[in-house]
Design a protein around this ligand. Structure first.
Ligand SMILES: Cc1cc2nc3c(=O)[nH]c(=O)nc-3n(C[C@H](O)[C@H](O)[C@H](O)COP(=O)(O)OP(=O)(O)OC[C@H]3O[C@@H](n4cnc5c(N)ncnc54)[C@H](O)[C@@H]3O)c2cc1C
Length: 481
């Protein structure tokens, strides 16, 4: 005989305990509604993509996570949560391309000498040509936008390969909106300002800036938030995967979840979902219509592998992370957590490093054995001159699905169908990165959770979480508050 299905009833059920789900739980708890709230997450710890994993006593995020925001509320909440354990870090980030390291964001005065006289002259000529002859506002694709802004040569050196590694599609199949959102303007004025800064001996503001970071990794923020919400009555069910979402007459009645204690039906008056939107719709019982399921198939996420290494050395390189543009290695980025916080390594003399590969689950890398991935990451770092293989003492692999919602050319059409389908459910609020299919950072994800929770506490839904905006200045040039 199969195990009996347990039944639970709560006021508000939150699906997912990442920044968005926990933001919602926190807001409800803070307003005295904690005892009404149950949060369910498939992971064994809270934090979602922003969690911190501990291996051999050393700490690793799922790829580097810096905290910055221009949203005053999120800024205050982060600081209130961790107080002095949330500290400013001076950022240093570089690009690795063809055996050289270039400052990021790219500075003409750093990059041009490193490129050599001939390449530099070609880059300047193509930049000048683009400046005079091209109009980025007419660009349809990422490639058109970047070449119009920076010229073909700089596009090929500093944008093309990294972007294609991250997204797994050619830059002429990625929408121009994406570039406009993500790439800080580097215009002639900016170049002149940098030159002036260098001449005066002051550091150009764009090259090194500051972000905040918890002592014990990004996940410390969300573990603390989860703990505070629990102290105010919120129940957190970890290691519990939602498998079905049952609905009737435009209302979600309950979800079926599987955890260590077996299967559970969780009935709630209201639900907040931060699960990848296409997965959420695929769980619906009865199933969504054919047009919606077809639109779900057309939207896809990029998956992500982090190879976490412990190196028996310190002071390996000064950056928090390095973007790896070179096409001769498959990694796209690597991070040095000792440069985020000296508490990330369990003892001095060691360095926790993560090496990131952006993949689809159908790619050869996804199916590789962990040991082979550790060997690949180690050999690639050795090739780049950053470590010697015998200093790498251990390695662990984290595979993360549905990490990056993909803004391929034409995604808006299936997206609008999927979004409308979710909006049909009167007692279901979406929030977060995967939940809204938006390339949100932690601050936007968290904020969407706060607003979803506020909607739950009102008769109408006054906040439109789909409208939480993303703009270029905000993403790449966010000022500290
Ligand atoms: C490599 C990488 C680097 C990043 N760097 C930064 C950075 O530097 N700064 C920054 O601000 N942001 C960064 N981000 C973005 C940040 O991680 C996200 O914005 C944030 O984590 C999204 O929060 P969320 O709660 O919306 O979703 P998630 O964090 O994805 O949380 C969703 C939760 O839902 C759970 N879940 C999924 N399916 C189920 C199911 N069926 N049943 C139960 N639970 C389920 C998952 O386990 C997860 O815990 C980065 C992201 C990645 C991938």
């Amino acid at each position: 005989m199969g195990k009996a299905i347990t039944q639970r009833r709560v006021g508000i059920c939150i699906l997912g305990a990442g920044p968005a789900g926990l933001g919602a739980a926190w807001e409800l708890a803070d307003k005295g509604r904690g005892k009404d709230v149950l949060v369910v997450d498939a992971n064994t710890k809270p934090g979602g993509l922003a969690r911190t994993e501990v291996f051999g006593g050393h700490r690793f995020d799922v790829g580097p996570h810096r905290f910055f925001t221009s949203n005053k509320e999120v800024h205050a909440l982060w600081h209130r949560t961790l107080g002095e354990a949330f500290r400013p870090v001076q950022r240093l980030t570089r690009i690795y391309y063809k055996d050289k390291f270039y400052l990021y964001p790219v500075s003409a005065f750093d990059a041009l000498p490193k490129m050599g006289a001939v390449q530099a002259a070609r880059a300047l000529a193509s930049y000048a040509y683009a400046f005079v002859a091209k109009d980025a506002s007419k660009a349809q694709t990422f490639e058109e936008w970047v070449t119009a802004k920076f010229g073909t040569r700089l596009y090929e050196s500093f944008f093309k390969t990294y972007t294609e590694k991250v997204w797994g599609i050619p830059c002429n199949e990625i929408g121009a909106d994406w570039a406009a959102q993500r790439i800080k303007g580097l215009d002639l004025l900016e170049v002149a300002k940098n030159a002036f800064g260098v001449a005066l001996g002051t550091k150009p503001k764009t090259l090194v800036d500051e972000f905040d970071y918890p002592d014990l990794g990004a996940g410390q923020m969300y573990e603390t938030m989860a703990q505070r919400a629990q102290e105010k009555g919120v129940e957190l069910l970890l290691n519990t995967r939602v498998e079905k979402a049952h609905h009737e007459n435009g209302t979600l009645s309950h979800v079926t979840a599987r955890g260590p204690g077996g299967t559970m039906d969780i009935f709630a008056d209201k639900f907040i979902t931060t699960l990848p939107i296409t997965r959420m719709l695929a769980m619906m019982k009865p199933a969504v219509g054919q047009d919606v399921s077809k639109a779900c198939e057309q939207l896809y996420y990029r998956d992500h592998i982090t190879v976490n290494l412990i190196v028996d050395r310190e002071d390996l390189f000064p950056d928090q992370w390095i973007y790896v543009h070179s096409p001769d290695v498959r990694m796209a980025r690597l991070a040095n957590y000792s440069n985020f916080s000296d508490k990330m390594a369990s003892r001095p003399g060691m360095t926790p490093i993560s090496v990131e590969y952006f993949v689809f689950r159908t790619d050869d890398l996804w199916g590789k054995k962990d040991d082979d991935l550790v060997e690949l990451a180690t050999s690639e770092m050795e090739k780049m001159g950053l470590v010697s293989a015998e200093t790498v003492s251990q390695g662990w692999v984290v595979r993360e699905t549905d990490s990056y919602p993909t803004y391929y050319l034409g995604y808006e059409q299936p997206y609008s169908i999927v979004r409308a389908a979710l909006d049909e459910f009167s007692n279901l609020q979406p929030a977060g990165r995967g939940g809204l299919y938006k390339y949100n950072n932690m601050d936007h994800s968290l904020y969407s959770g706060l607003l979803a929770a506020r909607n739950m506490m009102q008769k109408s839904n006054p906040y439109d979480v789909w409208k939480i905006n993303i703009d270029a200045q905000y993403h790449e040039g966010g000022q500290r508050l």
